[in-house]
Write a protein that binds this ligand. Structure first.
Ligand SMILES: C[S@@+](CC[C@H](N)C(=O)[O-])C[C@H]1O[C@@H](n2cnc3c(N)ncnc32)[C@H](O)[C@@H]1O
Length: 225
């Protein structure tokens, strides 16, 4: 992960739960959709890529009895918070303090999910990573890919960016953070269109790739090995 991106997420850690809901208008709806898709798989082993403060991992452990989560997160600040939040989960959660690009699993997973992370990964490294994710899944396993997206039509893209900026400010997000977030999206992030995500999923070897949910500049795909 690039230094500037790492610094951005380090700063986002404090009051993360408030900030993420200001920057992502339907964050709770996204998380609920991820949980429902994971429940369909009844996974015993789950990989959370870019777990952040570990809030979604914690919900997975609550919602899916008997599941175990491997939470991969490179940010020092985020993973410290994730450890605190999941203090009571014992050996049901394993933390891996690494970039997902450097991660090598011990065994396969029944399900993998990633929320708001993959758009940070450079395109030339993303394609091989998606191939590895498919290989890490047990046959029939699912990958829930929830992410920032972009729209092919520039007017649609500009409309939703303006909508999200107005939403963030109205929700009380400091203007400095709004500026930093949208500068990062414009300068460093590499979101794909839903069609490109589906194509990348198929190319990586997933047999089934379905868009399940979308709103403004976010989408959730369901991919099965
Ligand atoms: C917007 S936060 C999302 C956190 C959490 N997944 C959630 O649902 O709220 C993005 C997270 O992705 C992590 N991240 C960014 N690049 C990554 C990479 N290459 N490998 C693993 N995690 C990464 C960041 O450190 C940050 O914690």
């Amino acid at each position: 992960m690039k230094r500037a991106t790492k610094d951005f997420y380090a700063d986002l850690t404090r009051d993360y739960s408030t900030k993420i809901r200001q920057l992502v208008p339907r964050y709770d709806e996204m998380v609920e959709c991820i949980l429902e898709l994971l429940e369909l798989c009844s996974p015993r082993t789950v990989l959370d890529i870019g777990a952040g403060i570990g809030n979604v991992s914690a919900l997975v452990l609550c919602r899916i009895p008997g599941s175990r989560v491997t939470a991969v997160e490179p940010s020092d600040e985020m993973i410290a918070e994730a450890r605190r939040l999941n203090d009571c989960s014992g050996d049901r959660i394993e933390f891996v303090h690494k970039d997902i690009l450097d991660f090598v699993p011990d065994g396969g997973f029944d399900a993998i999910f990633s929320n708001l992370v993959v758009h940070n990964i450079p395109l030339d490294e993303r394609r091989p990573l998606l191939g590895r994710l498919c290989e890490w899944l047990e046959p029939g396993g699912c990958f829930v890919w929830s992410d920032l997206i972009c729209h092919a039509d520039e007017r649609v893209q500009a409309h939703f960016v303006e909508y999200r900026k107005a939403f963030a400010l109205a929700a009380g997000c400091p203007s400095e953070l709004v500026q930093q977030n949208f500068e990062k999206e414009a300068r460093a992030d590499r979101p794909l269109t839903i069609e490109q995500m589906l194509e990348e999923g198929r190319r990586a070897g997933f047999g089934q790739a379905t868009p399940v949910w979308t709103h403004d500049t976010f989408a959730i795909l369901w991919l099965r090995r």
